[in-house]
Design a protein around this ligand. Sequence first.
Ligand code: FEO
Length: 400
Amino acid sequence: MSKISEKIRYVGVNDLKKSIFEGMWPLPFGVSYNSYLVIDEKVALIDTAEAGFAAEYMDNIRRELGDRKVDYLVVNHMEPDHSSLMKLVREAWPDVRVVANAKTVPMIKGYYGITDNIHIVKEGDSICLGNSNLTFYMAPMVHWPETMVTWFGEEKTLFSGDAFGTFGALEGGVTDSSARLTGSTDHADSTFSAFRDEMRRYYSNIVGKYGQTVQAALKKLSGLEIERICSTHGPVWEKNIPEVVGYYDRLSRYEAEKGVCIAYASMYGNTSAAAKALAAELEKRGVPHVLHNLCTESVSYAYSDVFKYNTLVVGAPTYNNDIFPPAYNFMYGVSARLVKNRRFAAFGSFTWAGVSVKLLNEMASRLGFDMISEGISFPQAYSPEKCDMAALADRIAAAL
Ligand code: FEO
């Protein structure tokens, strides 16, 4: 399971214990923290893993290396799910030289108190392991300022950090010839299709704001003849590289497929009834759609579908003369992700003064969304007479 090639070994771990990633994002299928060894006359370790997996992680490395030592620790990314075991690696092999760029150095000091034996690299620099060379390219804001990627040219392998990563622990193997999404009952026809939804959820939840810098990184890397991508999360991509890179390209351009994400929040069921009525009308018209209740489910899934579909419809009652907070928070997150090129409509109930639709429209307008309608703000209880979802569904279908 750990052998990617003669020189590249997988030493990462699966996390099936944590239910929420970064304190926000559900992990129904777990997550993997991928780390790799490149073994030549010298040995390089690429990134580490999360703090709770110290023993398993160190066992994985020692199983591959036996009595040999790690010479270099390459730090592509400092987020603690990949850097937490850096100090332990230093303790196990005190001479290990940390390879990092200048932006990483203060983070290493601040998180782990390490200040010595650091080899600072800049764009295009390389280290030589014997017959293998590792070259470093900066990928700032994908999705932290210090992020870089490592290119192992002799094997046309890109160690990409979080880029091209997915949620989901790995079962059956680690490459896309063998890996399965742990716990999934979906019988997908390829590893890419099995992991695609968890890739989009990871991208939209965590990287989504940085479409522009992801595009810059993709452009920079487009000259490399990549035959293998070793990300820090999810499968090692070998067979599905065009699909994976193409999907990342589309996500970071905010390109979406035809369909509707209905995200709603409801206090007493009236806005909810309107949301369900809209879903039923879209169903009748054969328009692909999903319905997300922002009061009862994690916003993680709604963000993922905002990145999937080209139309967003948000439902929220008026609350404290404002947008009902679960829907406001959701739209705040859509705004924070700088989502572009969407069609938009809003609806919601009120009791004595309706402002939520107007305010939702203003948030959408600031993002440059195309307004499908002026929205539907209806008083008190939902009824088809007060809230004409058939007419809205007609407009949505026409705008698709
Ligand atoms: Fe998987 Fe940005 O850390």
